[in-house]
Write a new protein. Structure first.
Length: 324
């Protein structure tokens, strides 16, 4: 046991320490994962008695302790409920150009026949599947219950104007609200607003359910009778599904809509464009005529061009000295 871990464990009761060690192991094996996802795995392992709020709150508390004490890695716990918003700003044009060089990415999906998106009623899912959606450049939308009419109307309008087919990969709970949302509400409203979309629920699906803990669907839910007639009394939470299985599921579903030959050609184009952007950024940072640049080189002029033959596209970037 490392000295760091021993220091982090001081002052904890034995029962709390055992629970924390189990939770930490879960985050190492399955992260990024939600607090509720950790609680589900502890529940299945018999380390907490139920998924009652008092128990999930306890798990959340010990995970905070674990992160503060260095036992649990911060990046392994997903919390999409709070975000810090700040406009993008830079110290100077040279810093901006360096950011562009780091973050430039071609929208390869613009060349695909499909516009693929991932939707869920749960914002926390975004953090769990982010390694996959970021890798493939696929947007994620948390519809937060029964989604905003404005957001759905905008999606419908965009789909009608787009030559590509809109594909919505839906991940959500198997309960009265979650199933009604993906099966009835979203398809119906998108159609009513003039949009077209292929909506594919990829999780939770029937094959997932036998391995997951269940709870009784709430009769107070206005969709309860609709749900019970189709799926029975038992309900299931997406958080109970292993995060690795969910990420693999999302990846496979995305790849099914990719034209691999076109994707590879566009990656060649992207690499060529990125090399040009990096050369321009380097030249700008070397030009002291831009405020904040490190060197003196009055009269610098940047000019760069490249031809990307695989897709028959051409890129020309020219940067002129702004200050004398």
């Amino acid at each position: 046991m490392s000295q760091r871990k021993m220091r982090g464990q001081r002052g904890l009761a034995k029962a709390t320490l055992r629970l924390l060690e189990s939770a930490a192991e879960i985050t190492r094996a399955h992260g990024p994962i939600t607090v509720r996802g950790v609680a589900y795995k502890l529940f299945v392992a018999g380390e907490i008695p139920s998924m009652a709020k008092s128990n999930t709150n306890k798990v959340g508390h010990i995970l905070v302790q674990g992160r503060e004490r260095g036992i649990v890695e911060w990046q392994n716990i997903v919390d999409e409920t709070r975000s810090f918003e700040r406009p993008a700003m830079w110290d100077n044009l040279a810093d901006f150009s360096a950011s562009v060089a780091r973050w430039y990415r071609r929208d390869i999906w613009a060349s695909m026949p499909y516009n693929v998106q991932v939707w869920s009623e749960k914002a926390t899912v975004g953090g769990v599947i982010r390694p996959v959606t970021e890798h493939y450049g696929v947007p994620f939308l948390a519809v937060h219950g029964f989604g905003s009419a404005t957001a759905l109307h905008d999606t419908a309008a965009a789909s009608a104007a787009d030559r590509r087919h809109l594909v919505i990969l839906y991940v959500g709970d198997c309960d009265p609200s979650g199933r009604f949302m993906s099966d009835v509400d979203l398809p119906g409203r998108l159609q009513r607003y003039g949009g077209e979309a292929i909506i594919s629920r990829i999780a939770l699906v029937g094959a997932d359910l036998p391995e997951l803990p269940s709870f009784k669907a709430k009769p107070s839910d206005t969709r309860y009778k609709w749900y019970r007639a189709r799926f029975g009394d038992d309900a299931y939470e997406l958080d109970a599904l292993d995060p690795g299985i969910l990420r693999d599921r999302v990846q496979s579903a995305i790849e099914a809509y990719i034209d691999q030959d076109m994707w590879e050609r566009m990656q060649i184009v992207e690499s060529a464009e990125l090399a040009t952007v990096k050369r321009v950024a380097h030249a700008l940072r070397a030009d002291s005529s831009f405020p904040g640049s490190p060197q003196k080189n009055q009269g610098c002029r940047v000019s760069s061009s490249i031809s990307c033959s695989p897709a028959g596209e051409h890129l020309a970037i020219t940067g002129n000295r702004l200050y004398t």
